[in-house]
Design a protein around this ligand. Structure first.
Ligand code: NI
Length: 173
């Protein structure tokens, strides 16, 4: 089932999310809905607060066809190591549609998380995967990629989003 994606600015996108304490049927359904919503958008990552659930859960899949898809669900993810070398990627966000900017982050990170079956996982990510997982974990701490930009650029994007939301509310977009 597709869930509506919140558009910035929204107070739910600014919250530090709560850990998932129990992997219930609701959490499993949320994860599946988030994957459906992400693939439909389309996007390569989606964090629970973006669908209005302020819990520490994210989904991602940075594979490119003809590679087989790799839908990942990360519960309570945390970065356990980050490389000293940095990488710049042009980032976007499903909560900030059609706005892109370069952000500098560690080129590689190791991340530990709990999988849907309750098992502990740890993996090192690089390239787009590394950028994506860091961007999504930021969402769980109420941080958006525009928070890395200067105040003028950030305000400009925020005003565009406010206008977009007004237009959508009036049914024009
Ligand atoms: Ni995002």
């Amino acid at each position: 089932m597709l869930r509506p994606i919140l558009i910035h600015p929204d107070p739910r996108l600014k919250k530090v999310c709560d850990p998932v304490t129990d992997i219930t049927a609701d959490i499993a359904r949320l994860a599946q809905d988030m994957l459906d919503t992400m693939y439909d958008a389309p996007g390569v990552g989606l964090a629970a607060p973006q669908v209005g659930v302020t819990k520490r859960l994210l989904v991602m899949d940075c594979t490119k066809a003809p590679e087989p898809p790799r839908p990942m669900v990360l519960i309570n993810p945390r970065i356990t190591w980050a490389s000293d070398d940095l990488a710049r990627y042009e980032e976007g966000c499903l909560s900030i549609p059609e706005q892109y900017a370069e952000v500098q982050r560690p080129a590689r990170v190791r991340v530990a998380w709990t999988a849907l079956d309750g098992t502990g996982q740890e993996e090192e990510f690089d390239g787009l995967w590394s950028t994506c997982v860091q961007h999504e974990i930021d969402h769980l701490d109420g941080k958006l990629f525009i928070d890395y930009l200067g105040p003028l650029k950030r305000q400009m994007i925020t005003r565009k989003m406010e206008k977009l939301k007004r237009e959508r509310a009036r049914g024009q977009a």
